[in-house]
Design a protein around this ligand. Structure first.
Ligand code: 8OZ
Length: 374
């Protein structure tokens, strides 16, 4: 007799029955499986021409990975001063939109979906990366970080605190980034609210020492994030908007005194806005998962939209998380760098290529489009 128990469904013979490999819907976006390619900075845009994506190599890279149910693009800055690394692509100029069009077209042709990660680094940059300007932030609090620029390694300076008028301009830049993303053929956007960049700098009290309506109370520290969300939602609709959050990561020298209260409030506020997804980095970005301070399963229960889980997942963890309902989808970063056909490899339990960190941010095709498929 042939029965289909959940146990049998996880055996290699019947992978299509495993929830991780089944179709789903993220807001208004239909996805072919619940495997998500995480946003990955690769520093291979055309910097001299104006941080433009869409070279043949960029197109090949995304096309190769288009069996993911959803691709989240590398972080794409919403303005020239929102840039924190060499050769990251922007989404503020018409030339950048034209470049992104080639990528979204290739991804759609291959049957996948792609959202743009819209990004402003705030204080995590250096004047050499932003035309000589002083980096901006909620408050003049210097992170202990170095930047890599054309002139080598350099200490990141003290940022300048944004005025209220300047904050409104940046909210509009995010709105324009979302509008440009739709013009470029993306299926939606992910607001980069994680890893110590500008949105996160407003959220967490390690960087936000403001005494106006954007600082102090949790409500005030969430104001910028929610203004960005509201502007983007007004522009493209809540069903195509997500946000990435990292409540407990120490990445980019940012901390908070009470992540549970802060991000608990934020999740409730995002719920009210009906956005499509929250993409949670569970733990320290690219590091340990068991960092105290925030209850991810409570957030999963509280949030009505799609919960995308990320950070250190392997095949078994991902299958189990989706099967048990701890996540709706799972995002993989490093595994997608090294395995263009990750979905097929996870289905067939094939061996995985290992990513080479030395080529994560190096120019050129090596370590970018030359990882072998099965
Ligand atoms: C690694 C290198 C450069 C950027 C992030 C966008 O931490 C990044 C990033 C990661 O979210």
């Amino acid at each position: 007799m042939h029965t289909r128990s959940p146990i049998a469904a996880t055996s290699d013979s019947d992978m299509d029955a495993v929830a991780l490999f089944q179709p789903a819907r993220i807001g208004d976006i239909r996805i072919a499986n619940r495997i998500v390619m995480a946003p990955l900075t690769r520093s291979r845009a055309d910097e001299p021409m104006g941080d433009i994506p869409g070279s043949a190599m960029n197109i090949a890279y995304y096309r190769q990975r288009s069996t993911a149910g959803l691709i989240i693009s590398e972080g794409t800055q919403v303005s020239p001063t929102g840039k924190g690394y060499m050769a990251t692509p922007g989404i503020y100029s018409d030339e950048q939109v034209e470049g992104w069009k080639k990528i979204t077209h290739a991804v759609h042709e291959a049957g996948s979906k792609i959202v743009a990660q819209i990004w402003h680094v705030g204080r995590v940059t250096h004047p050499d990366l932003i035309g000589g300007a002083q980096p901006v932030a909620p408050s003049a609090v210097q992170p202990k970080l170095v930047a890599y620029t054309r002139n080598g390694k350099a200490e990141i300076p003290v940022p300048r605190a944004l005025s209220i008028a300047e904050i409104a301009v940046i909210v509009e830049e995010f709105r324009r980034g979302a509008a440009n993303a739709m013009r470029a053929g993306f299926d939606g956007v992910e607001i980069h609210g994680a890893n110590g960049y500008l949105v996160d700098q407003f959220l967490r009290d390690g960087a936000n020492q403001r005494t106006d309506m954007y600082g102090g109370s949790i409500e005030n520290r969430c104001r910028f994030a929610l203004e960005v969300v509201d502007a983007v939602v007004a522009e493209i609709g809540a069903g195509r908007v997500g946000i990435r959050l990292s409540p407990v990561t120490p990445a980019n020298d940012l901390q908070d005194s009470d992540p549970q209260a802060l991000f608990g409030y934020l999740v409730d506020a995002l719920n009210q806005r009906g956005i499509a997804f929250i993409h949670f980095i569970e733990g320290a970005t690219g590091g340990p998962r068991d960092v105290p301070g925030f209850d991810f399963s409570a957030a999963r229960q509280a949030f009505k939209g799609t919960y995308i889980a990320n950070n250190g997942y392997d095949r078994e963890m991902a299958i189990d998380a989706v099967k048990a309902g701890r996540a709706d989808a799972v995002a993989f970063g490093r595994l997608f760098i090294a395995n263009p056909d990750l979905v097929e490899r996870l289905k067939s339990k094939a061996a995985l290529n290992q990513a080479n960190p030395r080529t994560f941010y190096s120019p050129g095709p090596v370590g970018y489009i030359d990882y072998p498929a099965l």
